[in-house]
Design a protein around this ligand. Structure first.
Ligand code: ZN
Ligand code: ZN
Length: 216
C-alpha cells in the first residue's frame, strides 16, 4: 500500500526521517516540514483511525478522500470498486449525493505528477467532480474553503472525491489514498487557483480559463 513515500511530500527530494505520531500515516524529512504541513494535516490526522487495513469493509473497498461541499472538513471514505475502476465508484458516489435539479455528468481530473515539484508519482491520483460545477447550481466547496481559505470556493464547487490507482495496461488497479495524497490534492487545488489568477490577470475571465484547462 502507498501509505508512505520515500521522499518528503513537502520538500521533495528530502529523505524521510520523521513520522506523524498522531496518525502514523504521514512522513517528513524534518520537523520544519512537519510544522509546515500541520495546519492542513491536522484536519485529517485523527480521521485516519477507522480507515486502517483492519477497518476495510471488503477486500474490494479502497480508501478515498472526500471533500464535501456541505461539511466543515474533508474526510476519508471507503469506496467499493467491485470489478470496475475506482473512478467509476467515485462517479457513483458523486451522483448519489444531493441530486441536482437537472441531469449532470461527472468528470475526472488526473494528476500524474506531484503538483509543486512535478515529480512522477508511483500511482495516479484522480479528482472526481461534477463536470459543470462552475455553471450548474453547485455551491462553493465548504471543506476545501475551510482548509485552504474562502477564496478557493470560487474555483471549486460541489462535492469532490480523490481516488488513486496504478495504471496496468488498459486498466487502473485501485490503491488506497494516503495522507501524502491528501497533501498532493491540496497542492493541486492551490496550483489551479494560482494559474487561474495568472490567466485572470491577462484578461481571460476565470470561469473561461477554468473551462479551457479542465476540459482539455
Ligand atoms: Zn521535507
Ligand atoms: Zn497525522
Amino acid at each position: 500500500m502507498n501509505t508512505f513515500t520515500k521522499s518528503c511530500p513537502i520538500c521533495l527530494p528530502g529523505e524521510v526521517t520523521k513520522r506523524c505520531t498522531g496518525c502514523y500515516g504521514m512522513v517528513y524529512c524534518s520537523l520544519a516540514c512537519q510544522k509546515k504541513d500541520w495546519k492542513t494535516h491536522k484536519v485529517l490526522c485523527q480521521n485516519l483511525t477507522g480507515f486502517r487495513e483492519n477497518d476495510r469493509p471488503s477486500s474490494d473497498s479502497y480508501r478515498c478522500i472526500y471533500f464535501p461541499d456541505n461539511e466543515e472538513k474533508p474526510r476519508f471514505i471507503w469506496l467499493k470498486v467491485s470489478g470496475s475502476e475506482v473512478t467509476d465508484a467515485a462517479s457513483d458516489f458523486i451522483e448519489a449525493l444531493f441530486p441536482l435539479p437537472h441531469d449532470f455528468s461527472v468528470a475526472h481530473q488526473p494528476i500524474f505528477d506531484t503538483p509543486i515539484f512535478e515529480k512522477e508519482m508511483n500511482h495516479d491520483l484522480w479528482i472526481t467532480h461534477r463536470a459543470d460545477y462552475l455553471m450548474d447550481v453547485s455551491v462553493p466547496n465548504q471543506s476545501i474553503m475551510s482548509v485552504l481559505g474562502p477564496e478557493l470556493g470560487t474555483f471549486f464547487r460541489g462535492p469532490m472525491v480523490v481516488s488513486c490507482c496504478i495504471e496496468k495496461g488498459e486498466d487502473g488497479i485501485a490503491v488506497d489514498a494516503s495522507m501524502a495524497d491528501y497533501r498532493y490534492a491540496l497542492d493541486h487545488f492551490l496550483q489551479r487557483k494560482k494559474s487561474s489568477d495568472i490567466k485572470q490577470h491577462h484578461g481571460v475571465p476565470p470561469w473561461f480559463a477554468d473551462l479551457m484547462t479542465w476540459e482539455r
